[in-house]
Ligand binder design. Structure first.
Ligand SMILES: O=C(O)[C@H](O)[C@@H](O)[C@H](O)[C@H](O)COP(=O)(O)O
Length: 235
């Protein structure tokens, strides 16, 4: 199946070690060129072996800023927190020297929808001062074609896909937790995107998403664009 030309390159039989090595090289290059590097990462299960391979990479972690592309609206100590995931699996050993900017500060379990909007301001206040564009962003994909927390049809989704005036938005009716996510605009403003996925179900969705941009498959808007180089690592 010939795919439309775009900024996408595919790496078949990808290993977590290979993904981690690629990210580390990009961070080293950014540090060499600009004296600092920034990395945005996803949550979920797939990135865990990549985080564990990446933290062992030799680079000047004190010059690296790590942020999340999305977060579940739960306290950082909650099992579903992406902040906790990154702290447990990536920010260990030498990588603990990296500057980590959680998506938002500590929150109480009594968070309400009214407060959610203030989290967007909190997230933007933390992330916007970053030296944009981010150097590298590691994305995953769900079997519904979502990436980051851009969930088709969820409240806040349309705005997160359309806006170019801010970086983060609330996708508030995703179960079991509300979420905050980078907007599509923020994702595409990275210098380089890596999309890592594995399994037949995800391959099938990925192939469909490569065919054309379709907002019902948010990952397709990452794949069918010629603004940001995307490497797809097929595990
Ligand atoms: O916070 C999250 O859950 C991620 O940012 C999300 O976009 C993830 O990448 C996909 O849901 C795939 O998750 P798995 O890697 O667990 O399949």
């Amino acid at each position: 199946m010939d795919m439309p030309s775009s900024a996408v390159s595919e790496i078949p039989n990808a290993t977590s070690a290979a993904i981690a090595a690629h990210i580390a090289n990009a961070l080293r290059a950014a540090i060499a060129e600009r004296g600092q590097a920034s990395l945005a990462v996803s949550g979920g299960k797939s990135p865990i072996p990549v985080f564990e391979a990446l933290r062992g990479q030799v680079l000047d972690w004190s010059r690296v800023t790590v942020v999340l592309v999305d977060e579940r609206v739960v306290p950082h100590g909650h099992a579903d927190s992406n902040t906790g995931l990154v702290q447990r699996h990536l920010l260990q050993g030498a990588a603990a020297q990296a500057r980590f900017l959680p998506f938002f500060g500590e929150i109480t379990p009594q968070l309400t929808a009214v407060v959610l909007d203030t989290l967007v301001d909190d997230a933007t206040a933390r992330i916007d001062p970053l030296p944009w564009p981010l150097d590298v962003a590691l994305l995953g994909m769900g079997e519904d074609g979502h990436t980051a927390s851009l969930f088709p049809g969820a409240a806040g989704f349309a705005r997160a896909m359309a806006t170019d005036e801010q970086l983060a938005w609330v996708v508030s009716d995703t179960a079991p937790h509300a979420r905050l996510t980078f907007t599509l605009h923020a994702l595409l403003s990275a210098r380089e995107l890596l999309l890592a996925l594995a399994g037949e179900a995800k391959y099938a969705v990925y192939r469909r998403a490569r065919e054309q941009a379709d907002v019902a498959l948010p990952v397709s808007l990452v794949l069918n664009q010629d603004r940001t180089p995307v490497s797809v690592w097929l595990g």
